[in-house]
Design a protein around this ligand. Sequence first.
Ligand code: PLP
Length: 379
Amino acid sequence: PIYLDYNATCPVDPRVLEAMLPYFTEHFGNAASRSHLLGWTAKDAVETAREQIAELLQASTKEIVFTSGATEANNLALKGVFESVFPQKNHIITVQTEHKAVLDVCLHLEKMGAETTFLQPDEFGSVTIEQIEEAIRPETFLISIMYANNEIGTIQEIEAIGTLAQKHKILFHSDATQAVGKVQIDVKAAKIDLLSLSGHKLYGPKGIGVLYINRNLKNQDLVAQMDGGKHERGFRSGTLNVPAIVGLGKACEIANAELLTESITLSKLRDCLEQGILSQIKGTKVNGNTNNRLPNLTNISFEGVDGELLLSSFRDIAVSSGSACTSASVEPSHVLKAIGVSDKLAYSSIRFSLGRFTNQEEIDFTIQYVKEVVETLRA
Ligand code: PLP
């Protein structure tokens, strides 16, 4: 099938794979081994990757902490800060459209005494600064708002949120899993204290991610959730996954070099797909903020078709409805629900997410194919 599900995961870029391979075999050392060349080689490779990642975020290498992915990075950020401030402070501000890897962490923390405000976004998936400011309490210790939404692509006003958080001396965490590599990020300009990213969303391997931790945060400000050998300056113990880290570094280097041109190419292809579908198929509507969203994504509702039937009929294209990360459940997408899409229409909404290896031919095919499938199902 034609792969249009890059927001679920990306194939590893061949250049990334090539960079990784030697670290499975000849350079297999433990980056924490200080007494021999194999260890130093591994450590050097990890430090190079740290530089490549830091550069993409405009961060410094000391601020990069490796995790197993964005889920773990989110868990470390929210639980780690909560543990350091509770019971003096206990309130988190977040948004209903966050990934479950933030929402469910909040629900977990509520059982331990936290209180959460889940802000309701507008019909495009955006929250306003006024809305956030109104929710601030004396006990608020964290604002956790994603950079860009995985299902509808809406990009939030990250810099303004960072400024607000700083003004109120509240930490700002952003799950930037879907933004890194797709839009330019400057953690300092945006005043982000904590940022999560994941390797497999930017053509790196699965099972590796990063929590960016602003250098002003010390170990007592963010309690480690994984104790042991005090790797990663004590923030996250565990032997480093050197090949994956090398791959993530390479993926960030490529993103840094190609992000601008790639995002222009992708948004052209995306617009072509979207316009094609909207103009050729009646009863279609785009979900999300078309003025400020990820360049590679469109989420479209198809009226008058059964959602499950629609998805299962798409044999020649790989797309998703709602969030693939929670696809074990057949609930309508919580993101579409939060922006006011009816349950019925949410079921028949499809996320098309394009990527580095998508071409015009595939887009042309997809438009015709989707048209045929939808018309057949409606008939
Ligand atoms: N956050 C967002 C916004 C995501 O889209 C995803 C993956 O779908 C995750 C977190 C989870 O990332 P990982 O697969 O690295 O745990």
